[in-house]
Design a binder for this molecule. Structure first.
Ligand SMILES: Nc1ncnc2c1ncn2[C@@H]1O[C@H](COP(=O)(O)OP(=O)(O)O)[C@@H](O)[C@H]1O
Ligand SMILES: [Mg+2]
Length: 228
């Protein structure tokens, strides 16, 4: 199902002294059940595009449609809360909460009863390939790969079907990196997420169903990956 459509999207950062055209004429779409990799040099606009997809800001030109609705006309707070989840490079786990509590937290914010949230959190922790042992551990006691998995479980707790990840494997060793990408790939395929990953790593990009290549704020190539 097509969930996101970008139609000639542009974005200009307006600073005190200058305008920076970070995005121009971005046209592409994203479907659930697929994983996408966005690649391109530093400064090519990847993070800016992701922040628009996350609903943190609006395009300054062109349109972005979520489920067929112009993002300008939807409740963006609700969109961010219910439909889209973001995983960052620095995992942003709460240091004073255990793994389980980290995953439970966003659900309780949404008013899901604690008991129910805990059950779901346990299920998600299992789904990202972690054992029960991790549930009571604090982030400080976990490896980078484990922390990233908890961060993914927490992102999935949001119940949305769009998952965005900006360089999610940047801090991990190669083995962990491969595992995380395989996990994301499975999540996209089995749980019907649209997963969009920004990455510098060609190996990560190769795991994606579609690779979008950016340069100087625009798309220069959309490549379907038939290898799989
Ligand atoms: N907050 C900001 N204010 C002004 N310019 C910015 C800001 N964030 C990014 N830019 C500029 O926008 C362009 C795209 O940046 P970015 O989206 O971060 O690229 P990437 O993630 O591909 O490295 C760059 O020229 C960058 O300097
Ligand atoms: Mg970036």
């Amino acid at each position: 199902m097509k969930i996101v459509q970008a139609d000639e999207v542009g974005y200009i950062y307006q600073t005190k002294y200058q305008k920076i055209e970070a995005l121009r004429n971005m046209t592409c779409s994203f479907e659930t059940g697929k994983i996408y990799a966005i690649v391109g040099e530093s400064g090519s606009g990847k993070s800016t595009f992701l922040s628009l997809l996350a609903g943190l800001d609006l395009p300054t030109s062109g349109s972005l449609y979520i489920d067929g609705k112009d993002i300008r006309n939807i409740n963006r707070d609700q969109y961010r809360r219910d439909q889209v989840a973001v995983v960052y490079q620095a995992f942003h786990l709460f240091p004073l909460l255990t793994a389980l509590e980290n995953v439970v937290f966003p659900m309780t914010l949404k008013g899901i009863p604690v008991k129910q949230a805990k059950l779901r959190a346990k299920e998600l922790i299992k789904k990202v390939g972690l054992g029960e042992k991790i549930e009571e551990q604090f982030p400080q006691m976990m490896s980078g790969g484990e922390q990233q998995r908890v961060a993914i479980a927490r992102a999935m707790a949001s119940e949305g079907n769009i998952l965005l990840a900006d360089e999610p494997t940047g801090n991990l060793d190669t083995k962990n990196e491969e595992n995380i990408v395989k996990l994301l790939r499975n999540l996209a395929h089995e749980e019907q997420y649209a997963i969009i990953v920004v990455t510098h790593n060609p190996k990560v990009a190769m795991e994606a169903d579609v690779i979008l290549r950016m340069m100087d704020g625009t798309l220069i190539e959309i490549q379907e990956n038939y290898k799989k």
